[in-house]
Write a protein that binds this ligand. Structure first.
Ligand code: HEC
Length: 102
C-alpha cells in the first residue's frame, strides 16, 4: 500500500514537470494549428478561389468581431456558428490575429 502511494506521487510529479514545461510551446503552436481548420473551406491561408469569402488579410478586429457574432448567433450563418462554438473567445482572437497577417 505504502509503495503504491509513493508510485502515485512520483507519477504526479512527472505529470507536473511535463505540464510545467509544455505551456510556452503549446501556446506558440495554438493559433497556427487552430487556423488550419479554416483552410478546408476558405482556401489555403484563407485565400479563397471559389464562392467562399476570402478571410486572409482582413483586419484582426473585423475577423474577430465576425467570429464572435457568428458564435453568439448575432450574425446568422449556415456553418460558421457551429465552427466558432468550438473555440473560446481568446482562441478566436488568436485565429483572427493570424488570419489578418496572411
Ligand atoms: C465547413 C466550411 C467552413 C470552415 C471550416 C470555416 N468556414 Fe468560415 N465561412 C464558411 C461559410 C459558409 C461562411 C459564410 C457564412 C455562413 O453561412 O456560415 C463563412 C464565413 C466566414 C467569415 C465571414 C467573412 C465575411 O467577409 O463576411 C469569416 C471571418 C470566417 N468565415 C472565418 C473563418 C475562420 C477563421 C475559420 C476557422 C476557424 C473558418 N471560417 C472555418 C465556411 C467555413
Amino acid at each position: 500500500m505504502k509503495k503504491r502511494k509513493k508510485t502515485f506521487l512520483f507519477g504526479l510529479a512527472i505529470l507536473g514537470i511535463a505540464f510545467a514545461f509544455n505551456p510556452a510551446q503549446a501556446q506558440m503552436a495554438t493559433g497556427e494549428v487552430l487556423v488550419n481548420t479554416c483552410y478546408s473551406c476558405h482556401g489555403t491561408d484563407g485565400k479563397s478561389v471559389g464562392d467562399m469569402p476570402t478571410v486572409a488579410g482582413k483586419s484582426k478586429n473585423f475577423i474577430s468581431k465576425k467570429l464572435k457574432d457568428f458564435k453568439s448567433g448575432k450574425k446568422s450563418s449556415t456553418v460558421m456558428m457551429r465552427i466558432t462554438k468550438g473555440f473560446s473567445d481568446s482562441e478566436l482572437d488568436a485565429i483572427a490575429a493570424i488570419m489578418a497577417k496572411k
